[in-house]
Design a protein around this ligand. Structure first.
Ligand SMILES: [Zn+2]
Length: 301
């Protein structure tokens, strides 16, 4: 946070109330579509291995049903389950759904961490850069200072462009909350199967790209105040996902960085919707009554 940010934070502190604590912590959530725990175990992943050795993690976190992308990304950022946010399939659109959201926030969708952060700490720099354009419909884009798609005006991004944008944004703006989404591992799973050489190569590439994000925070001199969270929306079986098997629903959940325990295996249950609750906890936000996610406090010193 620059000087202006610090002054804003001090000036705003009286409005934050007793439930919030103003701090300088930053959070970068990296979501890798379809990156299963077995993908991390079986593919060479030197960066993730070092983050696990220096951080806190579980390879037995769970997504929600159905094990499709949209319901799970929505749960990850909204601290809630499918029945609450109503994103029941990839067919979901803002104007086309079966189940309406149980509640709404700053936009006419179920509230996410982005809207929450904007409401409670207007001073925060918030960005989302996502390889899969569909992610954007799930969140309050009006809460963002930076949106990879808006910034480039492109119709498509790939994983390399996504990371290039993220690296540039981190270096230029030192965001307080940044979500980075990578899609290529899921593509490899659908093409050649989970557990195929192509799939493992994609996981190794994700590992390298995550390393570039870490390096960018060092270049921007914000590494020491940043908490990194790496997770996924679902795993897979064969060339698909969407079913009810453990291979599809189990996901990695890894925390690394400022205030996070080192070489700590999280043994409590972690659900995908605990992700948003954990981000809220780190940023000192009060989560909405409707959220059922809980911060994974055991991961912190
Ligand atoms: Zn997915």
């Amino acid at each position: 946070m620059g000087l202006t940010g610090v002054m804003l934070a001090i000036g705003d502190s009286h409005e934050l109330g007793a439930n919030s604590h103003t701090n300088n912590k930053k959070v970068i959530v990296i979501g890798v579509d379809g990156m299963s725990p077995s993908g991390i175990r079986n593919a060479p992943t030197p960066v993730l291995d070092s983050m696990m050795a220096g951080g806190a993690y579980t390879m037995n976190a769970r997504g929600v049903l159905p094990t499709s992308s949209s319901p799970n990304w929505k749960s990850m950022v909204s601290g809630s389950a499918t029945e609450q946010h109503g994103v029941t399939s990839n067919k979901w659109q803002r104007d086309k759904f079966v189940l309406p959201p149980a509640t709404t926030g700053i936009e006419e969708i179920y509230p996410t961490i982005f809207g929450l952060a904007r409401e409670q700490r207007p001073d925060l720099k918030i960005g989302a850069i996502y390889d899969w354009k569909g992610f954007g419909r799930l969140i309050e884009r009006s809460a963002l200072d930076y949106d990879g798609y808006q910034a480039t005006g492109k119709e498509e991004l790939d994983e390399d462009e996504t990371i290039q944008l993220a690296v540039a944004y981190i270096k230029e703006e030192q965001p307080d909350l940044l979500f980075v989404h990578l899609d290529h591992v899921d593509h490899a799973g659908h093409q050649d199967g989970h557990g195929s050489p192509h799939y493992y190569e994609a996981v190794t590439k994700a590992d390298r790209l995550i390393g570039e994000i870490l390096e960018a925070t060092k270049d921007a001199d914000v590494f020491d105040e940043t908490v990194f969270i790496v997770s996924a929306d679902h795993g897979g079986v064969g060339t698909g996902h969407g079913g009810e098997s453990l291979d599809e629903i189990e996901i990695p959940f890894l925390l690394f960085g400022s205030g996070v325990k080192k070489n700590y295996r999280i043994t409590t249950q972690v659900m995908i919707y605990d992700n948003a609750a954990t981000v809220a906890f780190i940023l000192g936000l009060t989560q909405p009554y409707s959220w059922i996610g809980r911060p994974v406090k055991s991961a912190f010193e």
